[in-house]
Design a protein around this ligand. Sequence first.
Ligand SMILES: [Zn+2]
Ligand SMILES: [Zn+2]
Ligand SMILES: [Zn+2]
Length: 295
Amino acid sequence: MGMCIAAPEKHLRYIHQMSDTWKVFFILSLCLLLASYILIIFWSRRHWHNHPISRALQAHVQPPHSNWRSVASHINTEFRRIDKFATGVPGARVIVTDSWVLKVTTYHVYMAAQRDCHVTVTESRQHQLNPDSASPIQLLTLRVHSINPAVRPFDIRLNSTEYAELREKLHVPIRNSANVVIRQTISELFLETFQAHVNLNQSYSLPSGQEVEPCIGCMQMPANTKLVRLCHVDGADVETECEQCFCRPMWCLSCLGRWFASRQDQQRPETWLSSRVPCPTCRAKFCILDVCGVH
Ligand SMILES: [Zn+2]
Ligand SMILES: [Zn+2]
Ligand SMILES: [Zn+2]
């Protein structure tokens, strides 16, 4: 008998509790909806003047830009160029254009003008993420500070193998505060060795009237190398496979070094310095002793 009375009571109480929870949910969702409406109305006032992205853009309004729309269109123009540096997963994308450093996360867009930036390497982490390669991946954290007080500092992360590419795009010096040893790609490391060896070779003087042209590889540096068959000593019995190249100076030292590295057995870096590769223009074989700096 007691059971029969207790059961409907329990049932009623359950419905009562349910409706309470439901009420709370209803009021909460209404409040959230209202709050988001108010936020959107607030953001959209004065032509979206208060929106977080437009506020971030407003921090960069200075001549030649008269308003944040002009800053936005400048960023857009640079963003469309194919030579921008871009890395990272969609939720934390890092983009470096000719004059901007951007970090695009799910909820925020960080931006700093390159001319206002200080960039510092603050951290390095090793990850054994890639099962295909024997060497672990090194992830670098760089802090971007701006002298613009309206821009808050932010961190960008990238793989150490992308560091050289970033350095090329970033026109500001990068400080290395934590003495992080940056493990670059083997080709980048080789490039340093290549340049050091070439500097030991004798240099080549341009014939009078001939001027140094821009490198046809990068179009930026002067073409400051000339291939001269120096490893072949007249009178010596040692016959080398090197051939004389008759090309005028056409390549800069880093482009020639990259070419040299790209023609090597990638699995055996220890053989790189002693091997021969064809001239990128006329295909005459040369070795590292034959590369002369142009003066
Ligand atoms: Zn070049
Ligand atoms: Zn040649
Ligand atoms: Zn040679």
